[in-house]
Design a protein around this ligand. Sequence first.
Ligand code: MSP
Length: 647
Amino acid sequence: MSQGKYYLTTPIYYVNAAPHIGHAYTTIAAETIARFKRMQGYDVVLTTGTDEHGTKVERAARAQGKAPEEYVTLISNEFRSQWQKLDLQIDRFERTTSAKHAQVVNKLFQACKANGYIYKGTYTGLYAVVSESFVNDAKPGDIDPETGKPYEELTEENYFFKLSEFADRLLAFYDENPDFIQPAIRRNEVLAFVRQGLDDLSITRTSLKWGIPVEENRSHVFYVWFDALNTYMSAVEGEGLWPADLHLIGKEILRFHCVFWPAFLMAAGWPLPKKVFAHGWLLFENDKMSKSRGNIVRPTPIVEAMGVDALRYFLLREIVFGQDGSFSFDALVGRYNSDLANGLGNLASRTLNMIQQYRNGAIPGSEGTEDIAQVANKAAMAAIAAYEAFNFSQALEQIWTIISAVDKYIVERAPWKLAKDQSGHSQQLLDTTLYTAAEALRITCALVSPVVPHSAEAIWRQMGFKEPVSQVKSEDLVWGRLQLGQKIGEIAPVFPRLDAKPTIQKMQELEEVERNRQAALIGQKPAADSAKPAEARDGHIEIDDFGKVDLRVGEVKHAEPVKGAEKLLHLKVDIGEAEPRTIVAGIALAYKPEQLLGRKVVIVANLAPRKLRGITSQGMIVAASLEGGAPVLPTFIEDVPVGARLK
Ligand code: MSP
């Protein structure tokens, strides 16, 4: 039976940057909650979308020589297609540039105004002339980098929202709804902020062009937050889904969601959302991952190299939801191997293979072993409670207690020994063991499915279930529901072990491709937007970047001219590997082949192979290149062994 509707939202993402795994983090968490709530019997609707108005976006569009309409559509589509690549099941994708949205924003404005909470006033601020916008964080006398002159003071007519009248009502609301803001630390922050008293809020601009016009006075457009927050309503306009059950957000937009938004809705006399949960930041290289800091990681390279479930699992297992946490490629592969390949994947494959081998693929009948039944029932209850509190890492930790208990149990029971003994007792014990492992796997698999839906579904099918795992309900997650005699499906590894080094290298290569693709899409130079820390820019590279170049000492074993190419020599260079490297070098005008025999040279050993004049060159010789002159090979004064690395 349906538990009723559950409507949840992610923030709508700014389109001044392409999506990265910080955005994916929220969207994946929201989608996991959606799956969990479905498992609990709710009719779930999940909304996301893009925030497309405002000066920043207008400026970004202008910088690309594009009209804002064209630019925002490009990036909005990029978000949509990224979520598709991650196979995120999103029900509504709302854009702030939709006509429906403009109507809803005006409706909210009208309702607030009709109730006396909106008035016309003037706003005075420091103004940047070139970008035609107020600079909120500037002080008088600060220099505008675009003109080299101090910002100008400008006064313009604005509509204001009487936020100052809402402090007491908001505090009373928080008091009556202690769960409205989560986690507690964020609630305390909001309480402290509101207790200081609130200032009225300017909600329109006449100086801004790229925004939703105020219908009753079209020289004004709505200012970003009055516009953006409304998407939560416009996305489900007319569907009877409002109020939202949950707004999932990052902690930096707490005030907008817990102070402004409820105040707007109170002013309009409309229902308030039930809950706002603010999670922490995903850090990369010790800093919040963000485009402006230039330290971003994109999701699709990870998905291509490791599968989407690896990313989902890592983000939700590694970081305590609500707190900040770090992303690293090493930790990602480490978690994958230890928890998924060696943990869940191993349990699935050994259980299913034993059923195949010892019972011809049919799950034997038994009640299972009491101890494991208890572990599984207890873990299932605890995991469900943890999911309920959006404590994903704890839910997963609980689920993994089943995996380790069953692993230990299998070793103790040693089914491979029981299988060799045909006595009734041993065969019965073997039935119990196999049933216990399979039933534990069923419960584990369903419990973990909100986080790793694709792999859970694969294991589920291998167990022989006909209905998808997404249709399992929480009440089925008690011991003893597995059908006797169920025939298992075809067994295939779900989480193959990955070698860290090549996997990370692959992701980094794909990251580069993806970065260039996005840059080309937006019409941007990729440099400023690379996955590098800030210090790495301005023409500098990181030590790690240098470390990627494998410079080796080699000895020339063979040299000959390349036919039809007067500048090239075809060399065989020994760098201490089984075979000498074939290298095509552009040094023929400076060196005769016989001069090079036995000479020590330096080569770049990890350059991608390249075909030159039909010969595949497996590296590059380093030489000083003089303007207009011939190349000069470096020499070592001391003796150096072949294969030595330069670093
Ligand atoms: N457009 C506003 C939100 C309006 S909601 C009515 C906005 N957009 S944003 O593109 O900057 O996205 C902010 C959200 O993206 C954060 O609140 C968070 O959910 C997610 N994240 C972006 N970078 C992130 C991290 N580095 N770490 C965690 N979440 C991140 O603000």
